[in-house]
Design a binder for this molecule. Structure first.
Ligand SMILES: [Ca+2]
Ligand SMILES: [Ca+2]
Length: 645
């Protein structure tokens, strides 16, 4: 999945600030935003309370993830018949490597098994399995208490097959629960993240290189991270070869990389501060700045079978039940985990919105993140060509964050399995800009934004951020915005009003997180740059290893908005990115203090209201001529013909 010639032009060089995925955060008690409005310095939680909320969120996410895992495995077990042979069982274990051992006992007594009991098996496992079989035979689902063994967590599960022909029992490895807990501690920044020194990066006060030390997760709230020996420079005119040689000599240069308008210089001996001073004194640049680190907070358009442009529901979508709700039709999908866990979709009017549109095959939403599990069964057919900008090979997810974000947008709806995404149609473009630690540089993020734009993304989701504003990143944002892309970003998980970037750039739609009671999520960042809020608490979605996990964080809120932007564009492809953002703001449900406020922006997004507004523009955006002109204009922006830079 590498790019074409256009990409090579951008890739000719290299650079670096780090962005971190804003991962999961927490929920719990209701903390109303309204009564705190006007208090810019605090959202009413002190550090200890914030930490307590975050720990509770991590615990809840882990527990919910264990339940999702158990429920999915039960479904797989139940769907087996007692006549399934060993080969079929082994295939099941191949798809679900967390199923360590499975056996079927037919009513007649015939036994089929696959896999191996952990630690070679012993009497304790056998006793649990026999108990599970006896419960299952009586028609009860059996789930054991978690068993800890050799660093892993297991449960024993037993069910009766759906056709009543026998029982299926097994030993399930639930390492995903520990992993979610561990990752969430980083993403909610309960622990210092990323580890100091990982990239030769020091923590700094925002927009300065004054060193501070990050000792606790709390310190992250005021920290930026940058490369010690690097600086990003945009010159007023492109340096000649001779000038570039002189610069490299002056700075004891190890390398220089170019992306877009900027250069990233690496010195063998000079530190960022000295490098910046040198460039400012000698070269009068547009800007010279540190190369920051960003942290997770979380083209080709291949035409699939065609459908109406607006993706209107049709009979081919199958067994979806409609129910009357507030006078409008609502659509309830059959995905296994939907009704019990996906509070976030009905909470924002998604079910009623689907009666208006379920998306379009033409829409591509880029997920700039840790990659995506490309063959996850609930994302099958929903992945467009992507790219890995932080390593070799495919943009596979080695963290979990990106796969979770992708599922919120596009997990296959109404396939009886796993979860439902917000859009039934359209595809995810996986752009891996964060590495196995969940962090990436300004360079990789800027590179990802430009790559996605050049390869046809309609929307870019950025569940990542840093408290430093980098002109270098802002250039890339403007590049995408000027070409019609809708950019959506998470505000961050430090419960601070310090503006985070890219969310706080004016071209970017900034998303705060709410819980199931429409309260501000205790961890969610806030400020006057927030555009809207979306659900971020205990959100169920896809996870690597063909699994499902519940995570919390503004990283989970942002993809709800990215998906909505895609649905709006499906309803009316002629809308500009600015108009799509306006529709999402104007149709948001006001929360907290009346009108726009620092916790919810314009309010919590509403899919139904937004799609209704988009339909109205489709009906009134007068006539063929205007539409024709807009399409030409959009093409001109996208491909640059005749455009002024
Ligand atoms: Ca599904
Ligand atoms: Ca409000």
């Amino acid at each position: 999945m590498t790019g074409g010639p256009k990409w090579l032009r951008w890739a000719a060089a290299a650079a670096a600030i780090a962005l971190i995925a804003f991962l999961p955060w927490l929920a719990g008690d209701r903390t109303g935003g309204g009564d705190n409005a006007g208090n810019r310095a605090s959202s009413g939680l002190d550090a200890a309370e914030e930490k307590r909320h975050k720990l509770a969120a991590v615990r809840r996410d882990a527990e919910a993830t264990a339940r999702l895992c158990t429920l999915e495995c039960s479904r797989e077990f139940r769907s087996l018949g007692a006549d399934a042979d060993g080969a079929k069982l082994r295939r099941l274990l191949g798809v679900h490597p967390h199923m360590a051992y499975v056996r079927i006992r037919a009513n007649g007594g015939k036994t089929t098994e696959a896999g191996a009991m952990p630690m070679g098996g012993n009497g304790a496992w056998e006793a649990q399995l026999v108990k599970a079989e006896s419960e299952a035979k009586a028609g009860r689902t059996y789930v054991s208490e978690p068993v800890r063994l050799d660093g892993s967590r297991y449960i024993v599960l037993g069910v009766r097959t759906a056709d009543g022909s026998g029982t299926v029992t097994g030993i399930i490895r639930q390492d995903i629960v520990d992993e979610v807990e561990r990752r969430q501690q980083s993403f909610l920044r309960l622990v210092p993240y990323p580890p100091e020194g990982r990239y030769k990066i020091e923590s700094a006060k925002p927009n300065s290189t004054e060193d501070i030390t990050v000792r606790t997760g709390e310190d992250n709230g005021a920290a930026s991270h940058y490369h010690i020996n690097e600086a990003v420079v945009r010159f007023r005119s492109v340096p000649t070869d001779a000038e570039m040689r002189a610069i490299l000599k002056d700075i004891d240069g190890a390398s220089v990389r170019k992306l877009g308008y900027a250069y990233v210089f690496t010195s063998r001996s000079m530190e960022a501060e000295e490098l910046i001073a040198y460039f400012r004194e000698r070269w009068n640049p547009v800007y010279a700045e540190p190369h920051y680190l960003y942290l997770a907070n979380g083209l080709r358009k291949r035409k699939q079978d065609a459908e109406g442009a607006a993706g209107r529901p049709d009979a081919a979508d199958g067994a979806v039940k409609a129910r009357a709700e507030n006078g409008a039709d609502a659509i309830v999908p059959n995905d296994l985990l939907y009704s019990a866990y996906q509070w976030n979709l009905p909470a924002i009017g998604t079910e009623r919105g689907w009666a208006l549109s379920r998306g379009s095959d033409d829409i591509v939403i880029a997920v700039l993140d840790t990659g995506v599990q490309l063959d996850h069964p609930d994302l099958k057919g929903r992945i467009a060509e992507g790219v890995n900008l932080v390593g070799e090979g495919e943009p596979e997810d080695d963290v979990g964050h990106g796969t979770h974000v992708a599922g919120i947008i596009a997990a296959t709806v109404n396939n009886g399995e796993g979860v439902a995404g917000l859009s039934w149609r359209g595809r995810i473009m996986p752009v891996k800009v964060l590495d196995s630690t969940g962090s990436g540089t300004t360079y990789s993020v800027a590179e990802g934004i430009i790559w996605a734009t050049d390869h046809g993304a309609d929307v870019i989701n950025l569940s990542l951020g840093n408290y430093a504003s980098a002109e270098f990143l802002h250039d890339a944002i403007r590049y995408a915005y000027d070409r019609g892309v809708v950019l959506v970003a998470a505000s961050g998980n430090d419960n601070t009003d310090l503006p985070g970037y890219p969310a706080a750039y004016p071209e970017v739609f900034a998303v705060a997180a709410t819980d199931a009671g429409d309260n501000k999520a205790p961890y969610s960042n806030y400020g006057d740059y927030i555009d809207a809020a979306a659900p971020g608490d205990a959100i169920a979605s896809t996870y690597p290893g063909n699994q499902y996990a519940a995570l919390s964080g503004t990283s989970m809120a942002s993809p709800h908005v990215a998906a909505l932007a895609g649905l709006i564009k499906a309803v009316n492809p002629d809308l500009t990115n600015g108009e799509i953002m306006d529709i999402m703001r104007k149709t948001a449900v006001d929360l907290g203090d009346k009108g726009r406020d620092i916790y919810f922006g314009y309010g919590r997004i509403d899919v139904m209201r937004a799609l209704e507004a988009a339909e109205q523009t489709a009906n009134t955006l007068g006539g063929f001529r205007l539409r024709y002109e807009r399409r030409i204009e959009a093409l001109r922006h996208r491909f640059g013909f005749g455009a002024a830079e």
